[in-house]
Design a protein around this ligand. Structure first.
Ligand code: NAD
Length: 497
């Protein structure tokens, strides 16, 4: 009998007010139940907000280097428990074990990076237009923050939000995705073990209803959301009406460009990893690949051959390169996109089917899928599929490739393979995206650089790096007048007197 799990509020594990629970199952073997988790609602969120408010006064006054020490300890604990956590992740959401280890590693990197920020959190000192006056800017915490995360990076993404939010002095209510509550809970346990005081980080389980309870709570001052564009749009409208701070990281329809002068083997390897890594369930997955016409046929043949050979199965088994899709709804969604591609006249080169048979029984597996003859109007080229499906499109020039890349409503990641530095520089300048890789796939972010996208991918914020601090802190400008008299800015303009 799998365990009944609880929310974590004010340092205690507590059941939901509504006494309802949902099941957490393994997408590679649906019969395996990992646990039952609370379906939380407004009453639970209210308790968590009260706890976070109570903890806020002392947490915001704790010197940031001390906050950093707790985060550092959490990073060390994550390092100790990396294997355990990676294994839990593979069971809970299916990514292959090697990739699950990478997910945890990203959280470790984030902890180490953010811990050092405790001794920086730089503001600026600057001049004053008046004599005997000093000016500077300092960061202040925002207050109680609500953090809502998806299932595809169940440890890394929470770490991108939780660590920067904590170092800035905020107290938090974290709601992990309903498909990965166990990873979310384990992450919270690690922070508790690292010495985080009660009430600083509270955990609320549940789905969209629990998320909505956070978004609509009047005393939560900031919502940081990563997930679908659909939900993000709704949250933007709600937080906009309430004049609440809101940062959104949403979908992508990422593109790789391959020029004829590229190292072709490298570009093929990058395309296959970009399209099918994490079963294509990455916000940065390469779902459009624009290839210079001269090399299109060679490239197409190689990618299709590689895609056909990808070993799909349970991410624990050695040799498996691609795990399951997260759940049955998503499996059907991927398949319906593939059907729409066929109906709209695209050519299915390989895959295009739900995998059946003994090896895939009780799991949600989809064959790596490649389309060609895709036109810009088709749904498969416009909408985010979030599965192992990619499209290969011939182009005659770099200009055409960039034009097609920029046609997307999204703008998260992009990549170009070329040995010509002039072309690479033009791509960096002209592609409308938050990330551009040169001679690398569309996936591979590092935690010390800003992460996020333009257009429908986000609302202007960047997670990770130093820019994450701008999400989780408010700027205050400070003026210190040591002249001993009333000095009027813009009025006492003659600095010589
Ligand atoms: P989702 O929007 O369904 O859910 C994300 C989270 O939001 C979950 O915790 C969910 O319970 C909650 N939620 C859903 N509807 C809500 C609502 N109306 N109000 C409040 N909370 C709500 O997305 P998903 O299927 O979990 O994740 C996949 C999506 O996330 C893809 O679109 C992917 O591109 C995107 N993503 C983006 C990034 C990025 O940094 N840009 C990173 C990873 C994933």
């Amino acid at each position: 009998m799998a365990k009944v799990r609880l929310n974590f509020i004010e340092g205690k594990w507590v059941g939901p007010a509504g006494k309802k629970y949902f099941e957490d199952r393994n997408p590679a073997y649906w019969k395996e139940l990992l646990g039952s988790f609370p379906e939380s609602g407004p009453e639970d969120v209210e308790k968590a907000v009260s706890a976070a408010e109570k903890a806020y006064e002392s947490w915001r006054l704790l010197p940031p280097p001390k906050r950093g020490e707790i985060i550092l300890k959490a990073g060390l604990l994550l390092q100790d428990q990396k294997e355990e956590l990676a294994r839990l992740m593979t069971r809970e959401m299916g990514k292959v074990l090697k990739e699950a280890r990478g997910d945890v590693q990203e959280a470790i990197d984030m902890a180490f990076y953010t811990a050092g920020e405790g001794r920086r959190l730089f503001g600026k000192t600057t001049t004053s237009e008046l004599k005997n006056k000093f000016a500077m800017s300092v960061r202040m915490p925002v207050g109680v923050c609500g953090l809502i995360t998806p299932w595809n990076f169940p440890v890394a993404i929470p770490s991108w939000k939780i660590f920067p939010a904590l170092i800035c002095g905020n107290t938090l209510i974290f709601k992990p995705a309903e498909d990965t509550p166990a990873c979310g809970a384990k992450f919270v346990e690690i922070l508790q073990e690292a010495g985080l005081p009660a009430g600083v980080l509270n955990l609320i389980h549940g789905g969209a209803d629990a998320g909505q309870a956070l978004v609509n709570h009047p005393r939560i001052r900031l919502i940081s959301f990563t997930g679908s564009c659909e939900a993000g749009r709704m949250i933007a409208a709600q937080t906009g009406r309430a004049l609440k701070r809101c940062s959104l990281e949403m979908g992508g329809k990422n593109a790789q460009i391959v020029m004829a002068d590229a190292d072709l083997d490298l570009a093929i390897e990058g395309a296959v990893w970009g399209a099918f890594g994490t079963t294509g369930q990455r916000c940065t997955a390469a779902s459009r690949i624009y290839i210079e016409r001269k090399i299109f046929e060679t490239f197409r043949r190689a990618v299709v051959e590689r895609a056909r050979k990808i070993k799909v199965g349970n991410g624990f088994k050695s040799g498996i390169e691609m795990g399951p899709v997260i759940n049955e709804t998503q499996l059907k969604r991927v398949d319906s996109y593939v059907r729409s591609g066929i109906e709209e006249g695209a050519r299915l080169e390989c895959g295009g089917r739900i995998l059946k048979g003994a090896a895939f029984k009780n799991g949600f597996f989809y064959a790596p899928t490649v389309f060609t003859r895709v036109s810009p109007k088709m749904k498969i080229i416009r909408e985010e599929i979030f599965g192992p499906v990619t499209c290969l499109i011939p182009v005659k020039s770099l200009e055409e490739a960039i034009r097609e890349v920029n046609r997307s409503a999204y703008g998260l990641s992009s990549s170009i393979y070329s040995r010509d530095v002039n072309r690479a520089m033009r791509a960096i300048r002209d592609i409308e995206a938050g990330i551009t890789y040169i001679n690398g796939p569309t996936i591979g972010a590092e935690v010390h650089l800003p992460f996020g996208g333009v257009k429908n991918t986000g609302n202007g914020h960047r997670e990770a790096g130093e820019t994450a601090l701008d999400i989780f802190s408010e700027w205050k400008s400070v003026f210190i007048d040591y002249s001993g008299k009333l000095q009027k800015a813009q009025i006492d303009v003659d600095g010589m007197k």
